[in-house]
Design a binder for this molecule. Structure first.
Ligand code: ZN
Ligand code: ZN
Length: 287
């Protein structure tokens, strides 16, 4: 028996970090500790207990299995109940799951599900929101963008002194405008779509994009399971201005060295230079 150490892979992106484990059909969880959220929960690795929000893209077991454990462990550790943003249609079944699990364990831990529909927003904390958008995977499946919202002084007032600004404010003049800085866009599992039409995706600092299949003979599998194949990437990534493009959810059937070769063939250099894989530490180290 070979023991595989279970370790998350980590990526530093300046003022925030992404850490995760994402292998198709096995487990997918990406944590953004500074943004106080996880993109899907996977089997709920210990590190995921520290974030207060889970942004759930869809109900497949490899993305959602850890939810009852997340609530139960936080309760056990005396941490306040977390919040799970989930596709609206899943809230009922998830509530029933908690009740069923409660019957197994003898106790239902505090839990909170918030149903989300495309276009809806949820405030993670002041000036940081999660915005849901539709994806092409399961009915109701969602992607999420985490957006930093800043109030900026309007250009015409930039030269004014503090007291002058206060005076304008007292007169009821609107002195600031709203500036949105999308930090992360997460596509969940998805077939091809024009995500770059969504400005909060195209301009996100980091794009988390699944690419489940790389081998040519897996193309029909990608279509059947509503996933991305490396052949889809040039189209889906066209118009994306993201600083970092992070590929997740690669199948274990694919050798990473071969995947990188196929990626180099498929994409222009300006996109390749921005791409990183995020799977597991071991996976990256093994290649
Ligand atoms: Zn998946
Ligand atoms: Zn899925």
């Amino acid at each position: 028996m070979q023991i595989r150490p279970y370790r998350l892979s980590k990526l530093e992106l300046g003022d925030f970090t992404l850490a995760g484990y994402s292998v198709a059909g096995e487990e997918s969880v990406i944590l953004a500790p500074e943004l106080d959220c996880a993109f899907d929960i996977g089997k709920c690795p210990r590190e995921a207990l520290t974030v207060n929000h889970v942004l759930l893209s869809h109900g497949h077991m490899d993305h959602a299995a850890g939810l009852p454990y997340y609530f139960a462990q936080r309760d056990f550790q005396g941490v306040a109940c977390g919040t799970v943003l989930a596709p609206a249609a899943l809230v009922g079944p998830l509530e029933r799951l908690m009740v069923a699990w409660g019957a197994v364990e003898g106790h239902i831990p505090p839990h909170r599900f918030v149903g989300m529909r495309p276009g809806e927003e949820y405030e993670i904390r002041r000036n940081l929101l999660a915005r849901a958008f539709a994806t092409r995977h399961l009915p109701g499946s969602l992607g999420f963008a985490v957006v930093d919202v800043r109030q900026k002084l309007k250009e015409e007032f930039l030269g004014l002194s503090g007291p002058q600004i206060v005076e304008l404010k007292n007169k009821g003049v609107e002195i600031t405008h709203r500036l949105e800085v999308p930090l992360v866009a997460f596509l969940g599992d998805t077939g091809p779509a024009n995500y770059s039409d969504l400005p909060f995706v195209a301009n996100a600092r980091a794009l988390l994009i699944e690419c489940t299949f790389f081998d040519e003979e897996h193309y029909s599998r990608a279509r059947a399971g509503k996933h991305l194949h490396v052949r889809d990437l040039p189209g889906v990534l066209e118009g994306m201005d993201c600083e970092r493009i992070i590929i997740i959810h690669v199948t274990r059937r694919t050798n990473m060295g071969a995947a990188r070769k196929l990626l180099r063939k498929a994409l222009p250099k300006d996109i390749l230079d921005r791409i990183t894989f995020l799977m597991s530490r071991r996976h990256i180290e093994e290649e």
